[in-house]
Design a protein around this ligand. Sequence first.
Ligand SMILES: [Zn+2]
Length: 162
Amino acid sequence: MATFRTGIGHDIHRLVPGCTLVLGGVTVPADRGFDTHSDGDVLSHALVDALAGAIADGDLGVHFPEDDPDAEDARSLDFVTSFGEHVRQAGYAVVNVDSFVVLGPIKLRPHLDAMRANIAEALKIPLANVSVKARSNDGLGLEGDGVACSAWVGVLIQPVND
Ligand SMILES: [Zn+2]
């Protein structure tokens, strides 16, 4: 019987006027974005954390340290590609990804399919196995106000030779 494993991931970063908003490797037109290490892509960061959790192997910061000079201008979707390979080398295949991004004032829905496609390509899994949803938080809290943007990700993996 296949030994399925699950992982969850969460990330949140502050939004700063004039910075670039990148989510799932997609640059979303917006008046604000992330001002942090790498491109601040909370969806990609949460996804790596979910994958790391599924194989019980540390977290994003362990594998892609913030103080690494190479990470300064890194594209976070590349972290997903790299960690997807790490998961395969650990003997697992990603079954599916479910996720949502929480952000109030910026419309994300037109960009969700592009995020799905990027994630599917990065993990080498079918598009139909990747879900990205958007929530406005009903104007409540940091994400609802557009002060920050967060992401939640769940993944399922299974052993390749099982
Ligand atoms: Zn992050």
